[in-house]
Design a protein around this ligand. Structure first.
Ligand code: ATP
Length: 349
């Protein structure tokens, strides 16, 4: 007998559990060879103290093959553990317009690229503090452009490493070879040579190991402009962590909004899947959060689990709902609630 696949479902906080609950109903219709292990929604977890909460959730994560994760506002633990504990270094965020998605662009047809965001380094290393400590430690020099009053300022450190960059660069190169063999890389190379130019230089070196791979590089402000003006030119876009976070929301905006943008975080022996959006606190409890991003993340998860036929069925059912356009959530110009949208996907299945 084969061991069943175990998936841990973490609903998360604010409006995220509403999207997750609707998505679970859809997934239940796919007859998957999966044993689901449900973590409590954040509002119920908050009855436990912080340590108990972590022990429970981390234990459920450890017992699973993968995780479908709703967004967290900090109440639900697990995100930090799955990222830095399980070293999921590549955050993959597909930006794909599908017919019926309410894009603000005139020609969104065929926008179809993938952002690979380095997921562990950069400004997310969590080193922050008082600027006077840097000054007193002699870490500023004549080239620093310290403003007047810097002693009373604060700093946040950005750290880029060679192994971290090489690892995510290889991941992005391999993904690019599976697609149209073109890799685009971007960072603030002109202003930040120590970190950003170095990041791009390392990626370029790695890209040269892959014959036939086309490499291009843009400064990140130009990149933001290109993602709006010429999104069709991009296929795989590799970015350091912070720019990846910001530009993937921008990319989601170009195809119709955050409710449509899935993501997956991949390490060498673990991956988890979550929508690119946050917890949407402003619409919590209203039953109108769009579950598409969660469902598309679930489809990415099914591919990771080699359940490709189920992933195809799910993608097709979502596409059919958007094609018909009669049952859409308010962010897409419709007046259906989250559950009604899920019913429409189930209908297409
Ligand atoms: P985070 O910092 O956790 O990424 P955020 O500040 O980017 O979160 P989001 O939670 O992503 O904020 O929400 C940004 C806006 O987009 C909010 O107005 C929210 O209601 C809306 N939004 C996000 N996700 C969805 C969704 N799935 N359906 C409808 N609206 C959404």
């Amino acid at each position: 007998m084969t061991t069943p696949i175990r998936v841990c479902v973490i609903p998360g906080d604010d409006a995220a559990p509403e999207a997750m609950q609707a998505s679970q109903r859809v997934l239940a219709r796919l007859d998957l060879p999966i044993e689901w292990d449900h973590v409590l929604p954040g509002r119920e977890l908050s009855e436990l103290d912080a340590t108990e909460r972590e022990t429970v959730v981390h234990g459920q994560i450890d017992a699973a093959n993968t995780v479908l994760f709703g967004a967290t506002n900090g109440t639900t633990p697990g995100a930090r553990y799955m990222r830095w504990g399980k070293l999921t270094f590549a955050n993959v965020r597909p930006i794909q317009w599908r017919p019926g998605f309410r894009s603000p662009l005139k020609d969104p047809e065929e926008i179809d690229y993938v952002i690979v965001r380095e997921n562990l380094e950069d400004m997310y290393v969590g080193i922050m503090g008082e600027a006077k400590d840097l000054i007193n430690a002699g870490l500023t020099d004549a080239r620093s452009r310290l403003p007047a009053g810097a002693e009373d300022g604060r700093f946040a450190a950005k750290i880029i490493t060679r192994p971290g960059t090489e690892q995510v660069a290889r991941f992005a190169c391999e993904l690019a070879l599976e697609r149209s063999a073109k890799l685009t890389v971007s960072a603030k190379t002109n202003m930040l040579p120590a970190t950003d130019r170095w990041f791009c230089e390392i990626v370029r070196e790695i890209a040269q190991e892959y014959p036939g791979l086309q490499y291009e590089q843009f400064i990140v402000d130009d990149m933001a402009h290109r993602l709006v003006i010429r999104p069709h030119d991009i296929d795989v876009l590799l970015l350091p962590n912070l720019y990846g976070d910001v530009l993937s929301d921008l990319g989601a905006g170009t195809i119709g909004g955050l409710g449509l943008a899935p993501s997956g975080c991949y390490g060498n022996d673990f991956a988890y899947f979550e929508s690119a959006h946050g917890t949407a606190p402003d619409i919590a409890g209203m039953g109108i959060i769009n579950p598409t991003a969660t469902l598309l993340s679930a489809a990415m998860m099914l591919r990771y689990l080699n359940l490709n036929a189920a992933a195809d069925r799910l993608n097709k059912a979502i596409e059919d709902v958007y094609l018909s356009g009669s049952v859409l959530t308010p962010d897409q110009g419709g007046n259906a609630g989250t559950e009604k949208f899920a019913d429409a996907v189930i209908g297409e299945l």
